[in-house]
Design a protein around this ligand. Structure first.
Ligand SMILES: Cc1ncc(COP(=O)(O)O)c(C=O)c1O
Length: 391
């Protein structure tokens, strides 16, 4: 089949058989190399989406590919009734890089947050949570209660129990919202889906103090920011704060589905209180170990910090006059425009650059952590060159 026929047949099957929940772009990718995706026609794209902050080590990373191949030849899955070597080694590594005490492995970001909420509930014996406006913590019945967007949440109330939502970046608002029913507050260290909002540095320390004073738990959701995205292993390290529970997913296993939450000393589920079939399986765990090794050996934390600064400087130097704000930390960057900017996503892809737009008017840039200055120069050139369409 030629490329056109393959493309048409895939779209037809998708439209006929897949629940139409996603607004897909007219693109069919078949391969990835470094920071590039390649479509069915052989056209290359510089990827500033990374499967939504998943492909941190870039595409076709040989260490990752080999780790997956080797593990697949030996053992892909085994029940959590038994021990497995990669899970034990990964657990040790996660505890080293997070400074937490124990970890539980699951399969996605929403599941990691669900587990964190359950742990907070069972530990405190309290039922309610505080979250923030514009927060995104997932779509499961549990995590959805802490996701701010009512459009996602409302159809599922009362099965979904909404949290109390307060302004992001205002520690006093959290203090005010605490009553004797609150188990924990859940916070992203940089709000991702909500529009790339970066709080002031003191915010997390202030919240930590309030949680300690009032006896509630602090959950930090690093599903999007973890594993080097902000230039440190976890964004909490910029703020010098340890949460009671830290959640993670996305980049952890280089695209093999995995999530995890880690808790401080004295905070853990007991036997039978939580569980999952696939969590911490040998294949995903071996992939995660390879991702962590790659980040260490290729010095990707450093690269994310340096390239993040470079990216923001280049963006600030653009000629276009419709940018309201550029914000970010390392390689999670938001460019806010004074108008809806979905057209930028569509025009950029025609020019071989993948970006995505959130909250209507914010361009989000979350490239692989091994992005180069040359890639960034091209991405900024493309963004700067796209004219706002005449209404
Ligand atoms: C901060 C944050 N938490 C949780 C989630 C949910 O993760 P998943 O889509 O893997 O369930 C996301 C996904 O974008 C996220 O950005």
């Amino acid at each position: 089949m030629d490329a056109d026929s393959i493309y048409k047949s895939v779209v037809e099957k998708d439209e006929k058989y897949v629940m139409q929940t996603y607004g897909r772009k007219p693109l069919l990718f078949v391969k990835g190399e470094g920071t590039n995706l390649i479509d069915v026609y052989g056209k290359r794209y510089i990827d500033c989406v990374s499967g939504i902050a998943v492909n941190a080590t870039g595409y076709s990373n040989q260490r990752l590919v080999k780790a997956i191949q080797t593990q697949a030849e030996n053992l892909i899955h085994v029940s959590n009734y038994y021990y497995n070597i990669p899970q034990a080694n990964l657990a040790e590594k996660i505890i080293q890089i997070t400074g937490m005490s124990r970890v539980f492995f699951c399969n996605s970001g929403a599941e990691a947050n669900d587990g964190a909420l359950k742990l907070a509930k069972i530990h405190t014996k309290k039922d309610n949570f505080i979250s923030t406006l514009h927060a995104f913590h997932g779509r499961t019945i549990g995590s959805l209660g802490t996701t701010a967007n009512q459009k996602y949440r409302d159809p599922f109330v009362p099965m979904v129990k909404p949290a109390t939502f307060v302004d992001y970046g205002n520690a006093g608002a959290i203090e005010k919202a605490i009553d004797k029913t609150i188990a924990a507050v859940i916070l992203e260290p940089v709000q991702g889906e909500g529009g790339v909002h970066v709080p002031k540095n003191e915010y997390f320390k202030e919240v930590r103090e309030i949680c300690d004073k009032k006896g509630i738990l602090m959950i930090i959701d690093e599903v999007q920011t973890g594993f080097g995205r902000t230039g440190k292993w976890f964004c909490k390290d910029h703020y010098g704060v340890q949460p009671d529970i830290l959640t993670m997913s996305k980049a952890i296993a280089g695209g093999i589905p995995m999530g995890a939450f880690a808790a401080r000393e004295g905070l853990s589920f007991g036997k039978g209180e939580h569980g999952t079939t696939f969590g911490g399986g040998p294949l995903a765990s071996a992939a995660a170990l390879a991702v962590i090794e790659t980040i260490e050996e290729e010095k990707l934390l450093d690269n994310a910090a340096k390239m993040g600064d470079y990216f923001m400087k280049k963006l600030a130097g653009m000629k276009r006059k419709d940018v309201v704000a550029i914000r970010g930390k390392g390689l999670i960057i938001g460019v806010e425009f004074n108008h809806e900017c979905a057209y930028l996503m569509d025009e950029a892809l025609k020019m071989g650059v993948l970006v995505n737009v959130i909250s209507g008017n914010v361009l989000r840039l979350i490239p692989p952590l091994n992005i180069t200055k040359e890639d960034i120069d091209r991405v900024v050139e493309v963004i700067d060159s796209i004219q706002k369409p005449v209404q």
